[in-house]
Design a protein around this ligand. Structure first.
Ligand SMILES: Nc1ncnc2c1ncn2[C@@H]1O[C@H](COP(=O)(O)OP(=O)(O)OP(=O)(O)O)[C@@H](O)[C@H]1O
Length: 291
């Protein structure tokens, strides 16, 4: 049986009279990379901070590694790694000094030199953190997130502001950590990041989970009708079909193995995401209008 690392039921959080998390439920298995996706203000950070024990909920149950984060003590905290949206301070200390210092605050920790190497900062180990680029400083954040050898790692929008190459390198690092068995909860606005990293994704809007599933099959993507297009007699042909394999096989035969401009498209994760977000925006509008 797979162990559950995070379990949230009926979670509600209000700020003043404003309900920002509204009956949220989710479950993350040990060793999973789970992505939480949603528009600005959907309640992602609030939810994650409740799981981290940094915010109090109004109602519902939350269990992370078998304990309630609101009540859990230091031993539990040392098993949790956190990379928040706000980067490490522009410290006067060097990368090596900061990582070693944080290692000393945990009962169990990873080898600081190995962690510095793993996050790709070996060449910057003697640089002051304040002199690093934004992307390099984010790597320091991740180093500090994993130095205590956590069982669960929370990553809140970890690659915001990265250039494309830095993102791809960062993804390799996350895959490596996932390969070591760390359970990872990732919030992000990047759909390609979800496809590259997550075993499962949940879309959050208006404080609720709208859908959960594997990125490749979310919302019936994999079995939805496909749009097949190709060029024939100088014009573009487009056909929507539930059996694209058959149509492509026919086309290949008809065109002697070479179909000009052939393309097969199924709904992207972005299509599914936008459909759900638009749907919930209209729902909210209807609710507001009917009040
Ligand atoms: N301390 C607070 N006091 C009052 N309202 C807050 C507080 N923190 C967050 N909110 C509000 O709660 C809602 C959810 O915010 P939250 O930061 O959880 O969203 P998010 O999904 O993480 O957004 P983003 O993608 O922009 O980071 C927003 O409307 C926000 O303005």
């Amino acid at each position: 049986m797979t162990e559950t690392a995070v379990r949230v039921r009926d979670l509600v959080k209000r700020y003043g009279g404003n309900t920002v998390v509204d009956g949220l439920a989710l479950e993350i298995s040990a060793g999973e990379v789970f992505a939480l996706l949603g528009p600005n203000g959907a309640g992602k950070t609030t939810t994650v901070e409740i799981m981290e024990g940094f915010r109090k909920r109004d109602s519902g149950t939350v269990s992370v590694l078998g304990e309630d984060p609101e009540k859990a003590g230091r031993a539990w905290r040392s098993r949790i790694g956190i990379v928040t949206q706000t980067a490490t301070d522009a410290s006067e200390l060097t990368v090596r000094e900061v990582v070693r210092h944080f290692a000393g605050t945990y009962p169990r920790f990873r080898d600081p030199e190995a962690v510095i190497e793993q996050v790709g900062l070996a060449e910057c180990a003697r640089k002051r953190v304040g002199r690093l680029s934004g992307g390099q400083r984010r790597r320091v954040d991740v180093a500090l997130g994993v130095i205590g050898d956590p069982d669960v790692l929370f990553l809140d929008e970890p690659t915001t502001g990265f250039d494309p190459e830095a993102r791809v390198r960062f993804w390799q690092l996350i895959r490596q950590l996932a390969g070591e068995g760390i359970t990872i909860l990732l919030t992000t606005h990047y759909l390609d990041e979800v496809e590259a990293l997550a075993n499962r994704v949940a879309i959050l809007a208006d404080g609720r989970i709208k859908i959960t599933g594997e990125p490749a099959t979310l919302g019936g993507r994999a079995s939805a009708k496909a749009v097949v297009s190709w060029r024939e007699n100088g014009s573009l042909k487009v056909e929507e079909t539930a059996t694209p394999d058959r149509l492509v096989a026919d086309l290949v035969e008809r065109h002697d193995g070479n179909v000009p401009g052939l393309s097969v498209q199924r709904p992207s994760l972005e299509d599914i995401y936008l459909q759900l977000i638009d749907g919930s925006a209209s729902e909210a509008k209807i609710r507001k209008e009917s009040v």
